[in-house]
Design a protein around this ligand. Structure first.
Ligand SMILES: NC(=O)c1ccc[n+]([C@@H]2O[C@H](COP(=O)([O-])OP(=O)(O)OC[C@H]3O[C@@H](n4cnc5c(N)ncnc54)[C@H](O)[C@@H]3O)[C@@H](O)[C@H]2O)c1
Length: 360
């Protein structure tokens, strides 16, 4: 593994106003010295852009006391001219691609945007990396990009390991994420771009995504509405707290797959894929109970809140899978880290943030 410093680096962070991207930007500003972090985000309205603005506000605040600089660029990674321009202007050392159209269900009715952002956009990121070496320049030393646990589709074998076959996606979203892994492999082989894909498992936490179950459930319960319990509650998810994901991403950024030459005289692809998940799948109903307890503790829901009367059991939705369960042994082996935060602590932090965010 090639060890990389994160100080005094030029870092491209796409999806910087997004949930994980903003948390990562905050952590980089806290930890890095003399680095320039260029955050790109198109600020689309898939969910309330005000939340993206709020996250950018947190980043600007953190910037004031940081030894590094954050520059925001509003634009799409699918805009090739913009990506080429940014690559040439900044000569990035490290690229972290988190920009994507997320969400399994949305991909069923809105396939175009997945092709645009997740395939064309990712292609532009790969091209930026490839051309960063033009003229013998050192170029991008590590591309880290978001994949997803959804690539495992309906795999029955648990826990999900990176070596398991993932050739049967059950949503277009999953198909684009698997495609990213394939495209990155080809660019690693052809152009020696060191690339690491991270399969995230249901990330949650403060300033999270309103389209995700825990957040939308909190909103509905606060409005006195019922929440739908998919697959009649027989559903398990490996939830990962956002700080754990950020810790994993930072560690991975610091360790690029090594460049080597193979017997054919061509690069052995400097390429890796890891799961980031706690490996402790939670039953959906247990998760909901802990969420409601956390919301009651944070005074978001009344102490006598009756959860039972707010539940609506429904069948499984197209594109969904009954269980996700990460085998993160490879991450632990190579980076000495495995997510640890339990849902009581994680949902507690979410509930407190949610209370304060609603007030403002
Ligand atoms: N949160 C999870 O549970 C989870 C799980 C698996 C994978 N992922 C992946 O992790 C990454 C980050 O997810 P997140 O939860 O922070 O989602 P998010 O939607 O909050 O963040 C993505 C950000 O990318 C931006 N974006 C989308 N398309 C863009 C484009 N074409 N150009 C520039 N910006 C664009 C969005 O405006 C958004 O701010 C995504 O790639 C997602 O697919 C997330």
């Amino acid at each position: 593994m090639e060890k990389l410093e994160l100080n005094n680096k030029r870092i491209l962070l796409t999806g910087a106003a997004g949930f994980i991207g903003a948390h990562l930007a905050l952590r980089l500003l806290r930890d890095c010295d003399r680095s320039v972090i260029v955050g790109v985000d198109d600020m689309n309205a898939y969910y309330d852009p005000a939340l993206k603005e709020y996250r950018l506000g947190l980043i600007r605040e953190a910037q004031k006391t940081s030894g590094s600089r954050f520059e925001f660029v509003k634009g799409s990674i699918a805009d090739k001219a913009l990506m080429t321009h940014l690559g040439e202007t900044y000569a990035f050392d490290i690229v972290v691609n988190l920009a994507a159209q997320a969400g399994v269900r949305y991909s069923i009715d809105h396939p175009d945007v997945y092709i645009e952002s997740n395939l064309i956009g990712f292609f532009n990121i790969l091209e930026l990396c490839r051309h960063s070496y033009d003229g013998g320049k050192p170029g991008v030393q590590h591309l880290v990009y978001a994949s997803s646990s959804s690539v495992y589709g309906g795999n029955q074998k648990v826990p999900f390991a990176v070596e398991d076959p993932v050739d049967h996606p059950v949503s277009l979203y999953a198909a684009t994420k698997k495609s990213n892994e394939l495209m990155a492999h080809a660019y690693a082989k052809l152009y020696n771009v060191p690339a690491t894909g991270l399969r995230f498992f249901t990330v949650y936490g403060p300033a999270g995504r309103p389209d995700m179950f825990y957040y939308s459930a909190a909103e509905k319960l606060c409005r006195g509405e019922t929440i739908r319990i998919f697959n009649y509650g027989s559903c398990k998810r490996d939830f990962t707290y956002v700080d754990d994901v950020v810790e994993g991403v930072i560690r991975v950024m610091r360790g690029a797959p090594e460049k080597k030459t193979g017997a054919d005289g061509l690069p052995v692809p400097p390429y890796a894929v890891y799961n980031i998940g706690g490996g402790r799948p939670e039953n959906l109903m247990d998760f909901v109970s802990v969420l409601v307890e956390a919301l009651m503790r944070a005074d978001v829901l009344p102490a006598d809140f009756d959860l039972e009367s707010h539940l609506e059991p429904v069948p499984m939705q197209p594109g969904d899978v009954p269980v996700t369960f990460a085998d993160s042994a490879a991450l632990e082996r190579d980076f000495g880290f495995c997510p640890q935060t339990g849902i009581r602590e994680g949902l507690g932090a979410f509930a407190e943030w949610y209370r304060d965010y609603r007030k403002n």
